[in-house]
Design a protein around this ligand. Sequence first.
Ligand code: T1G
Length: 727
Amino acid sequence: MAEYKEIDSVAVIELKNPPANALSKALVTGLNNGVKRAIDNPRIKSIVLIGNGQHFSAGADITEFPRVADVTSKQGVSLLTVGDVIESCNKPVVSAIHGVCFGGGLEIALFSHYRLAVQSAKLGFPEVSLGILPGANGTQRLPRVVGFEVAMDMIVSGKPVSAPQALQYGILDKIVDGDLLTAAVQFAKTLNTVPHDRRLKNVPVPNSENANKHFEEKLAKIKQKQRGYIAPINCLKAVKASVDLPYSEGVTKEFQLFMELMSSAQARGQQYSFFSERAATKWYLSASKNYKVSKDIPVKTAGVIGAGTMGSGIAVSLLTSGIPVILVEQDSKNLERGIELIKSILQGGVKLKRMTQSQMNQILQILQPTTKIEDLQSVDLIIEAVFENLKLKQELFSKLDKICKRDTVLCSNTSTLDIDKIAKSTSRPEKVVGTHFFAPAHIMPLLENVYGNHTSAETIATVMKLSKKIRKIPVLVKTCHGFVANRTFFEYSQELRFVVEEGLLPNEVDDILEDFGMPMGVFKVNDLSGIDVGWRIRQEQAIANGFNLTTNTRYINGERYCAIADKIFQAGRYGRKTGKGWYQYDKPGGRVAMVDPNVNNIILNHCKELGLTRRKISTQEVIERCMFAAINEGFRCLEDGIASKPEEIDTIWLHGFGFPRYRGGPMFYASQVGLRKVYERIKYYQKHFPETSHWIASEMLQRIAESGRNVPISEWTKFNPTPTSSR
Ligand code: T1G
């Protein structure tokens, strides 16, 4: 786990725990033994610590986290024990860094007396995103190198810094070219003793005069921007302790704040999220079709059809990842509007210093706008982002099938339509796949990729690989109406409309959801996506099912229906874009949502007309109803084989809907509430709302709940009553 060798008078200890040298118990013990061996050998004058493979170290081994004591305890070999051994060693210790040097890895480096790195290395403390803080004295050591403000920013944000930036901050002593080991050994040979100030615990925190002011400002920002999260606050407090307390007391404070986080439900949720995001990318259809064995087609050029808001955002995602795009619109007016949209998105990036003006100009060089669909004949992959209408998409795919080279992958950015029905219009159904982007497409991290019954493994591998290339978090699901995202979100939002029909006002519901941790209440989301959009979808569905939907509709085939949204639409309130929807806005397109008495009147009149008596509804009922409805549908997606594991559903909610990371996702939330309780409450709501079929409990949920034991989330799928053959 830690390999020891000697090069002349220098001991080299190589951290070896692929793929990222996570500091497992075994690696930490190996490191400790290596350093002690070097100390005991009189021929050795200095020590180099270096990572094997691609990284120095990704920090503590998160898979070992339930055993908290392993990370910090003074008993046995912990990071702190080995850290003390390194720091107090009289032979100079040099950390030689490449790849990532994160968390506990950076703490090891800060215990070392010198730090060298290659130009491409990245250093940081990402612990906050796991719901914890750097618990091996990182919060006390980093400020002693970089000062209070920079340490606070790095530890509270969790964002890594580049090697040049780290050099500027003083974290690194040197950036080296060429072979890192050779350079580090050469450097180590020039060292004889360890000066007092090379042991960071001896050094005061520089530039701490304005620490109180910076602390207060940061705290206010955290409370506003990371509402509900406790880790950033504890991170901040721990860094502040480095200024307020002597080192020995600061580390005690850090330990106390660390333990508080480590035992919190939030940390469990955030750590689950880390692993579920990774699990979600690992798709498996069969032994010969899965992420390990299936090869992708390299996407060197792409086409995007439709230059509206979605199409433009998709084009930007591709272009900024270096993929040349041919952008197709039906006429020059729409094309021009799309180009302007793309330019304004890129210009926003320049303003935020994410790119320079010249980089923006280079990006525009690889954009080829056209009104001729024939120009797409030789691209590797096409993403269609036209209006959500099956017939329109079928016609388009049929045309593309005739125009494009045989191996072009044809993707539809549909959010609901059955991929098989679109694929049917081509002679290459194996090349047809769904790529469901979320708006705004250049920002939202999720990409819900959807395979149909004929989609080939090669096509799936291609879109999964492309997703990563364009910096998205991909999840693969099977086709059905609405896939996982919209199927589960539909039940969530429908239940909330019922809550409004029964007694609460939209702003009251939104407040509850935002307190729960959603970035935006469902009615504000609805205003953003457009009330007209939802109305059109409902109308089209009704027509397709031979049903006439009116504002008096209360039931569709015996199912409860709430027509308030249709009445909001009828009042010409289409959402933010018209300056009014469920809320009143400061201006059309404005962001400031205000309660509008006219909306309340529409709701109250609706209830009066239907003779509905409104009632008080508790926060608990609101959360249970929307979350449990979504969770039940999540279980149904698993039963139907639309999702293959709960982690996929959770990743979709985290990155498609901004579900609070500290709650892990709806399925993880269910596991925390307890499936027995979830199941019982679903049965309770079914009794009270028999005309809403989403309260019929999923069989899989029922089986787990009635199993009489606390089944871990990783074992849920074993209870699937109807496992699909493809899974
Ligand atoms: N522990 C265990 N496994 C880890 C790991 C870690 N720290 N980091 C990565 N892995 C696994 C990951 O699950 C995946 O496994 C594989 O490595 C490749 O990762 C005391 C308390 C290092 C930049 O938060 O940011 O130190 O899915 O798919 O895109 O204060 O992983 O293949 O089975 O992400 O190249 C703080 C988290 C720990 C770092 C590589 N450290 N990791 O990214 O590949 S807490 C972190 C990352 C701590 C101390 C504290 C990234 C990466 P599998 P990957 P990648």
